[in-house]
Design a protein around this ligand. Structure first.
Ligand SMILES: Nc1nc2c(ncn2[C@@H]2O[C@H](COP(=O)(O)OP(=O)(O)O)[C@@H](O)[C@H]2O)c(=O)[nH]1
Ligand SMILES: [Mg+2]
Length: 421
């Protein structure tokens, strides 16, 4: 027995059963719960996946008996886009905030490889938004608009030939993220015998490919019988319509053909009523619960593990959130310290490098200066010499000038004569 089970068994053995001697009143707890839930209203989010023109919008109108006024989408979109519309519906005193998400352009591209990616991303984004709200210090979950997808209606083309590869790939990608209910669209276009074979083929293909579709829960006694029988009817073959035809004195949602009328709500014509019963009237709360308790839980666990959190350490010993945080913090601080040291070392190395460069430049300058100085001295010396020579010449000149001035006139002539010679 696991240690938690042992603990629980111990606790239970110490709890005593007591009888009340009078009415206390906590038997009103279920009523309190109901009142509170009714007051808060309910949220339900449906994702419709299926090729353009398969009757998704028409089926939504038929299911909720209203007109959501959706626009038909074109077939030429370059990629799949998810569009969500939220509506407030009210039935007696119960308010339902319903979001219908449509896969616009699904299956319209030549390369269908990435068709499912937009859907996966959308579902994850809703989980992530909820997780971020949950992780906030100041949470406002009671007023938070929960946009997580509670059910995915997968519309199968009524070809009679089994599933297309895009159907299998997409459902396989989604089966751990959302409750999938496959439905055969436009079931009025397929004959009764073909339909039964088609259903069997679809179920066997899903099983062979390990695709887990949503099973209506059978553990609650009040719904065990109906849910067990309904599980055997999946995939539901549905017909939708926005037209009404008078049957007796009642206007019935129907599709009229030259050979007859298909009534949407006639159980011998199609499985529409079964789908509505299962989706809205019996299992809506179970889908909301499974979304939170199973699919979201799985997403949350993976994300927290990705962030480095775990319930046990490397030696399989329990470790608390706080311990993980502190360990992470110390690792982070160590890393910071290491980075700081590295940066400091780098800085010192850079400074040394720069210093060496500067020294080299200084040396070069010194050499240049010395050379210039030498050149300058030589130049000066040369100049000095020429000055000295010039001065000598001047002296000589002056001396001769004086000498000449002191000589008598004839000497000049003689000199002139001698010069002529
Ligand atoms: N035969 C048949 N046609 C349908 C059914 N549901 C819708 N349609 C028609 O299919 C066309 C596309 O329907 P729509 O709901 O706009 O498809 P969406 O693109 O998947 O939303 C419309 O002309 C509808 O009248 C159905 O159950 N059977
Ligand atoms: Mg549509």
């Amino acid at each position: 027995m696991a240690s938690a089970d042992v603990e629980r068994a111990k606790m239970e053995s110490t709890i005593r059963n007591l009888k009340l001697s009078g009415h206390v009143g906590f038997d009103s707890l279920p009523d309190q719960l109901v009142n509170k839930s009714v007051q808060n209203g309910f949220v339900f989010n449906i994702l419709c996946i299926g090729e353009t023109g398969l009757g998704k919008s028409t089926l939504m109108d038929s299911l909720f008996n209203t007109s959501f006024e959706s626009m038909p989408s074109p077939h030429n979109l370059p990629a799949v886009k998810l569009k969500a519309h939220t509506y407030e519906l009210q039935e007696s005193n119960v308010r339902l905030k319903l979001t219908i998400v449509d896969t616009v352009g699904y299956g319209d591209q030549i390369n269908k490889e990435d068709s499912f990616k937009a859907v996966v991303d959308y579902i994850d984004a809703q989980f992530e938004a909820y997780l971020q709200e949950e992780l906030k210090i100041k949470r406002s979950l009671p007023t938070y608009h929960d946009s997580r997808i509670h059910v995915c209606l997968y519309f199968i083309c009524p070809t009679g030939h089994g599933l297309k590869s895009i159907d299998l790939v997409c459902m396989k990608k989604l089966d751990t993220k959302v409750n999938i209910i496959p439905i055969i669209a436009k079931a009025d276009t397929i004959s009764k015998t073909e339909l039964q074979k088609f259903k069997t083929k679809i179920i066997s293909e899903l099983q062979n490919n390990g695709v887990h579709i949503y099973q209506f829960p059978t553990d609650d006694e009040s719904v065990t019988e109906i849910n067990t029988s309904m599980n055997a009817h999946v995939p539901f073959a549905v017909v939708g319509s926005t037209d009404f035809v008078r049957v007796g004195n009642k206007m019935m949602r129907s599709r009229q053909y030259p050979w007859g009328t298909v009534q949407v709500e006639n159980e011998s014509h199609c499985d529409f009523v079964k789908l509505r019963e299962m989706l809205i009237r019996t299992n809506m709360e179970d889908m909301r619960e499974k979304t939170h308790g199973r699919h979201y839980e799985l997403y949350r666990r993976k994300r927290l593990e990705q962030m480095g959190f775990s319930d046990v350490d490397s030696e399989n010993k329990p470790v608390s959130f706080q311990q993980t945080c502190e360990a992470k913090r110390s690792i982070h601080l160590q890393e910071l310290q290491q980075k700081e040291d590295e940066m400091r070392q780098m800085f010192v190395a850079r400074v040394k490098e720069k210093e060496a460069e500067l020294k080299e430049a200084e040396k070069e300058l010194h050499n240049k200066f010395d050379k210039l100085k030498k050149d300058h001295t030589e130049e000066k010396k040369k100049l000095e010499e020429s000055r000295k020579k010039l001065e000598d010449d001047i002296l000589e000149f002056n001396r001769r000038k004086t000498q000449f001035a002191q000589q008598p006139q004839h000497h000049t002539l003689t000199l002139g004569k001698s010069k002529k010679k």
